[in-house]
Each structure stands twice: as structure tokens, then as C-alpha cells.
Design a protein around this ligand. Structure first.
Ligand code: F6P
Length: 476
């Protein structure tokens, strides 16, 4: 990739610029995609990569503050108008694709005007790509916001090298077919403009191949779709993390201090979970399981705490702000039911965590309780395992996450079965230190062996191979 410049496209840029009461703050964005792209090893490329994303600030603010985000990337914001962004991001992306792809069809709120805004946004981003595209550039499109973009670029530049990676699950066609036919055909055809399409797991890959066959009637092998004169390579690349960052974090002075403070405040066992506020994360079911656990194991009362951190997210969407109220009511109810005058079972925080705070919680807890109802991968699980330089702690993980495929030594549970979760929580809290060590050590080896750099390198290698194959013999 020495001679190739990278053009990354994602909805979110790795920073946001907010102006409040005439004060401007530049804040880093959170989330798996941003963290992964920021951790790429760019030393192999001689040219500064370009990162195109949708701005949450005005053109004027950008002109004034762009120098503050000057780093390894050249950032190119796309300024969608307010209404388009609302119908595109809150509407089609997060009220249709997100719930449907995570198996929540009853949360889907489909409107033609939202689909129209999605088309406009993809078109506008395509125009920005076309302004910048040079021969030999590698275009890497990320996530469900831009399913249509690969084909839009291909129509303008048939020779472009385009990779696409989906950061969320790809669902069974039984879910996809709930969309109007014109809509699902548009999305699938859009994706097929890429040379390479990557998914987190083989299950998502198989769902995609089957959907393309059933909806578009295109033949495929296990790794390729034959789209008229082009063969589109499809492959699973389970995303990794920056292993060293989390493992080394254990001994950072701020982390040691935060951990000491936590242990002092909570001398009993600590159960910890952290998620963005999202119905897919299963926080309500997790609270039900905790309640079932406290009911079944009164011996733990006064001897443990559940630290529940929820990170604000998508709070303009009704299903999200409603969830916040539901969680807060459940926390209040459970604390009211089990607390004594000197102890509460749940410590709840609705805020983002700093890196040292997150690391301190990962490394102070006895059980990390990560139980989404559906998750493309779940990087929190991998970060927790990587951070345990002491090789202690238990991962209680939902089997409905992509990460469960790679982390079989965790205590795997069905997040909907509160009794199983409660039972496994007890197993985690009583697990012998040698057994904790055995399990964590195996998982660490696996995660360290395929970190985010390897993930990206493997993607680039496959993309270049797919492109070379295209040039030599288009339909092979
Ligand atoms: O999982 C998909 C994803 O785009 C992740 O990158 C990230 O964790 C999350 O969703 C962030 O969502 P948003 O950009 O809507 O805040």
C-alpha cells in the first residue's frame, strides 16, 4: 500500500466541535469504528490519508478550528443540511437499518422521506469523494450509513478500488425482506459496487450472500458474488483492538490511582458494565438478571456492588431517551428493594468515562457483565480481557455478540434468560483465581494475535488482491 493513498469514509469523524454560549470545544468521538480507524498503522503509506465524514458543526466553525484537529489524517467534513441529516441519521440509518440489522423489527420506523434523505446523503458524500479521488487511491467505506455509496462511486469511476466494512450484524434475509423491495434492492446493489465487502463474522457473511441470491438472483461461491462483469469478494474480518494500549494501561499512574480509590470505596466484589445507551445492549434484561441473582443469593447482600455505566447516545431518538427513563426507574426500584441503610447494590452513572477511569474499572472489577441482546462484535469484551495484565477477573458475555465467536473461555450466556445469567454471575463471583487466570490467558493470546492493525492490514491485502483479480479476469 506504499503507493496508495487511503480515503476513509464514515458517518462520524473522530472529533466533534461544539459551540455553546460562544465557547467552542473540540471533543474526541467514541465508538468502535472511530477507535479502530484511529489505531491504524499508517507508516506503510507515503501519503497522508483522507478521512471524509459528516460534520456536526458549521463550515464557519470548521474554518476557525480545523487547525486544532491537525494530526495523521486530512479531515474532510461534509456539511449536510439539518433536515437531511435528521432524516438520514436519526431516520433511515438509526430508526430503520439499526433496529432491523440488530433483530428489533418492531422498532423499525420506516418513512420514504427518510430513505430519500439517505440517498441524498450518500450522493453528497459521493460527490466529495469524486472531488478528491486520484488514481491508485484505496477507498474504504465504513458502516450502515453508506450502504449505497460503493455503487455510486463505481458509476462515476469504474476503475476505483473500493472496500466496504460493516460494523454491525448483517441479518438473515427474513429480516431484510421486511423492507420494501425497491429499498432492499437499492441497498444490496449499492454494496455490490465494492471490490471487497467485509463483515465481523461468517454468519453475517452467509446472511449477506443468501440475501443477494434471494433478492437479486446473483450466483455466489462462499467468498465471491458474480455481479455481471465483476466478481465481488466477501470475507469475514473480526475487528480487533489496540491490545498494547489496554494491556499497558494497567500500570499507568492515573489508572493505579483510580483503581486504588475504587477498591477502597468498594471493598467487596465489583461487577461492572459499560455500554452506549442503546436497546440492543440489553441493560434492562441485565438489571432483571441482577434482581434474580440478589433474590436467589441473599448471602451477597452488602458484599458486592454493580457499577453500571451508560454512555449517552442518539438522544434525539425516542426509543433512546425512553430507554434512559426505563433504566433509571429499574435502578431506583432495585436499589429501593434491596438496599440497606449502609449499602446500595447498584451504582449508576450516565456519562462518558475517561480512559484512566475505564481502565481502572476494567481492572478493579471481579466480573465484567457484557450482555447485549445483539452486537456486531462488542469491543468492550476484548478491551476488558486485554486490560487484565493481572490475568484475573471473569468475563460474563452474551452469546449474541460477534465477540462470543472468539471468546469461548468467557462464561457465555443467553442475555434473555435472567436465571441463566444470574446463575453464571454467581459462578463468576465464586470462580477460583487459577481458573480465572487460565481462561483470561487463552483469550488474551487470541486477542493479541489479531489486533486492530492486523485486522486493517488483512483487509487492505484482500482489497488489493480483489482489485488485481478484477483487472486480470473480471468474472473469476
Ligand atoms: O457499531 C456501529 C457504530 O457505528 C460504532 O462505530 C459505534 O460504536 C456506534 O455505532 C456509534 O454510534 P453513533 O456514531 O451513532 O454514536
Amino acid at each position: 500500500m506504499k503507493n496508495n493513498r487511503l480515503i476513509i469514509i464514515s458517518y462520524r469523524l473522530p472529533f466533534s466541535i461544539q459551540v455553546q454560549n460562544k465557547v467552542t470545544t473540540v471533543k474526541p468521538s467514541s465508538g468502535g469504528l472511530v477507535t479502530a480507524v484511529k489505531s491504524l498503522d499508517l507508516s506503510a503509506s507515503s501519503q497522508k490519508p483522507v478521512w471524509i465524514g459528516c460534520a456536526d458543526f458549521t463550515q464557519r466553525t470548521w474554518e476557525k478550528h480545523r487547525h486544532e484537529v491537525n494530526d495523521d489524517f486530512e479531515y474532510v467534513p461534509v456539511f449536510l443540511d439539518k433536515a437531511t441529516n435528521k432524516h438520514f441519521y436519526n431516520g433511515f440509518a438509526n430508526s430503520v437499518l439499526w433496529p432491523l440489522f440488530h433483530y428489533f423489527p418492531s422498532y423499525v420506523d420506516y418513512h420514504d422521506e427518510d430513505l430519500a434523505a439517505y440517498q441524498t446523503a450518500n450522493q453528497q458524500v459521493c460527490e466529495k469523494v469524486m472531488e478528491l479521488l486520484q488514481p491508485n487511491d484505496l477507498v474504504w467505506v465504513h458502516d450502515y450509513h453508506f450502504l449505497a455509496l460503493p455503487q455510486l462511486i463505481r458509476e462515476q469511476e469504474p476503475k476505483a478500488t473500493i472496500g466496504f466494512f460493516l460494523h454491525i450484524p448483517f441479518p438473515s434475509n427474513e429480516l431484510l425482506r421486511l423492507l420494501p423491495r425497491r429499498c432492499r434492492d437499492y441497498l444490496l446493489t449499492g454494496l455490490l459496487g465494492a471490490d471487497l465487502i467485509g463483515f465481523h463474522t461468517n454468519d453475517y457473511l452467509i446472511h449477506f450472500l443468501k440475501s443477494v441470491q434471494l433478492n437479486l438472483g446473483l450466483p455466489h461461491t462462499l467468498a465471491k458474488i458474480f455481479n455481471q462483469d465483476r466478481a465481488v469478494q466477501c470475507q469475514a474480518f473480526p475487528i480487533g483492538i489496540n491490545y498494547g494500549l489496554y494491556n499497558d494501561g494497567y500500570n499507568q499512574p492515573e489508572v493505579i490511582e483510580e483503581r486504588r480509590a475504587l477498591k477502597e470505596s468498594y471493598p467487596g466484589k465489583i461487577i461492572f458494565s459499560v455500554d452506549r445507551l442503546d436497546y440492543t445492549k440489553g441493560v434492562m434484561q441485565r438489571l432483571d438478571a441482577l434482581e434474580a441473582f440478589l433474590q436467589a443469593h441473599p448471602e451477597w447482600k452488602g458484599n458486592l456492588v454493580f457499577i453500571l455505566v451508560v454512555i449517552p447516545s442518539r438522544d434525539e431518538i425516542q426509543t433512546y431517551w425512553e430507554r434512559k427513563q426505563m433504566i433509571e426507574q429499574a435502578v431506583g426500584r432495585i436499589n429501593g428493594k434491596f438496599a440497606t441503610l449502609t449499602w446500595v447494590p447498584i451504582v449508576y452513572r450516565y456519562a462518558s468515562l475517561s480512559f484512566p477511569q475505564l481502565l481502572a474499572l476494567y481492572t478493579a472489577c471481579d466480573v465484567a457483565m457484557i450482555t447485549p441482546l445483539r452486537d456486531g462484535m462488542n469491543l468492550v469484551a476484548k478491551e476488558f480481557v486485554a486490560s487484565r495484565q493481572d490475568q484475573q477477573g471473569v468475563l460474563l458475555l452474551s452469546e449474541l455478540t460477534g465477540a462470543a465467536n472468539e471468546l469461548g473461555e468467557a462464561l457465555l450466556v443467553n442475555p434473555l434468560d435472567e436465571y441463566e445469567v444470574a446463575d453464571q454471575l454467581n459462578a463468576g463471583l465464586t470462580m477460583a483465581p487459577e481458573e480465572q487466570q487460565r481462561r483470561i490467558a487463552i483469550m488474551q493470546q487470541r486477542i493479541a494475535g489479531y489486533d486492530v492493525k492486523q485486522w486493517a492490514n488483512e483487509f487492505f491485502e484482500s482489497l488489493l488482491t480483489a482489485r488485481r483479480g478484477q483487472e486480470k479476469s473480471p468474472v473469476r
